[in-house]
Design a protein around this ligand. Sequence first.
Ligand code: GTP
Ligand code: SPV
Ligand code: MN
Length: 601
Amino acid sequence: MKNIAPAISPPSGIGNNKPANQAVLDWVHEVELLAKPENIFWCDGSERECDYLLQEAMRQNVLIKLNEKKVPRSYLHRSNPNDVARVEQFTFICAPTKEEAGPTNNWSEPGDTYAKLQGLLKGAMRGRTLFVVPYIMGPPDSPLTKVGFEITDSIYVVLSMRIMTRMGEVAVKRLGNDPAAEWNRGVHSLLDIDPARRFICHFPQDNTIISVGSGYGGNVLLSKKCLALRIGSYLARKQGWMAEHMLILGVESPDGKKHYVAAAFPSACGKTNFAMLIPPKHFASWKVTTVGDDIAWMQIRDGRLFAVNPENGYFGVVPGTNYKSNPNAMKSIEHDSLYTNVALADDGDVWWEGKDGAPPKHAIDWRGNDWTPGSKEKAAHPNSRFTAPVRNNPVLDSNFEKGEGVPISAIIFGGRRSNTMPLVFQSFDWEHGVYLGATMASETTAAATGAVGQVRRDPMAMLPFCGYNIGDYFRHWLAIGKRLTNPPLIFNVNWFRKGEGGKFLWPGFGDNMRVLKWIIDRCEGSDAALKSPIGWLPGLHDLDLAELEIDHKCVDELLEIDHEEWKTELAEHKNFFDSLGGVVPEVLMKQGKQLAVRFAE
Ligand code: GTP
Ligand code: SPV
Ligand code: MN
């Protein structure tokens, strides 16, 4: 069989940044004895190293160089067509007991799983290079920051980690020489990219991740969903902080008052877009800035929640991104970016569904086949992604690097719901807000393999990412609330409600500023809200809709609470909680009952 990751032989001075920490050396040696690589490449994160790896990646056809004039210093990668999204059914939490993993996770016994994975890794890197990627998650001077080491046999993973994390020497330095220091062990091998031998396994008690058989983003960039969310959430509960699937944005009013907001939307439900929002003309003197687009680590300081973005890059959804929907994302991916599974035009530019301008007359699609505008197949995969450094973002927040994080005024939950859920509403208090998060639902998207468009409960957008028992996770949220003297207000939004003919009722994107403005006003103490059974809703005139062409009927529909639909919704909340087999805290069960009572009043 063709070696899908042939070994490289770097010139002297490259690939030999061996750390001094004995625990790291012992672990790498152990994996070396098992996987039998041809050689070991110790990454330092330097420009010289990057240039060399890019050359090698092109030589191996792992990356294709794009037109230097159109997208400078940028590359295209095509993953195996059987390997284009996260695989939730093959993702495991290997806690000592099934109860610790809880009802929402696939559980696998740690001892058996280590044995199985060791079997798969035996000799798996023969003829390949074993890369050691040191990285940190979080700003260098943050108390929340964690060190990770990822072993991988994929050069694409190395080059992606270089964008997505602070990688190399900075991590080696931060870890230091103490063999007992806390750090995450990640082992990744492509094996032979066979879906039958694809397992993403987490051992929270050992701070260890082993991922085999995939070469796609969320499965293999172990810093991201694996460490920052699954292992992160486990550590956060133990250590008293929070690891959440949330964007973080700053919003500054014309008089210079600034708030920060964190929002949890499920995969491919609008985090990147919201985090990079450009206010419409009517709000021209308002400014929105990005701290993070996918993950928030939050800690309590002076009774408030403070958030950092542990990442250093964006791994974002490409299709639908254009200069109208998200100009800041477009500017972020104009140069120094990796593209995965988009189409390649004949002039060496990239193309995807929803890009500005006319499609190319001919292109090579994400599978590597000829494509024309008349083709039935999509040019770019619906889950095609960009990997871009945060520094490319024209509206990167000035406090992005701030170690203590930014103070959070509001937390927003939101899903993709074609009915039932109004455009926006506010919880009565923290506990009610936790109930909103715990019962949220969304239509599934192409970010994970499986059916698309099916409504499923996705508590706090963490269903695929909570590394321990979801009941304990809810309890952790409630316990955090008790420790906050100045808690963020909690809201729920839905950009995706549909009207007759199945069209979105709300324009979304930049116009989401109108909803954000109401949220900020509420944080500032505005009483422009009406009490409803589900929470505080803006009245018809409480949303600033100036210069927006929208039918009043649409606005009515967007804010409507349909009692019939809510009857079903309430029953689904109860079914969901019951399906979790008794782990849901009594306080939340009670919230459900109180909601029903409010509807009956
Ligand atoms: P992950 O990276 O998977 O966690 O996703 P994300 O939550 O960052 O989602 P993203 O912002 O990339 O948006 C995903 C899809 O939703 C894209 O196709 C967007 O075009 C679409 N989208 C985002 N915001 C809106 C909106 O306000 N309205 C509508 N109708 N679509 C939106
Ligand atoms: C998501 O699916 O929520 C993502 C993309 O952010 S991935 O990193 O592939 O998980
Ligand atoms: Mn995500």
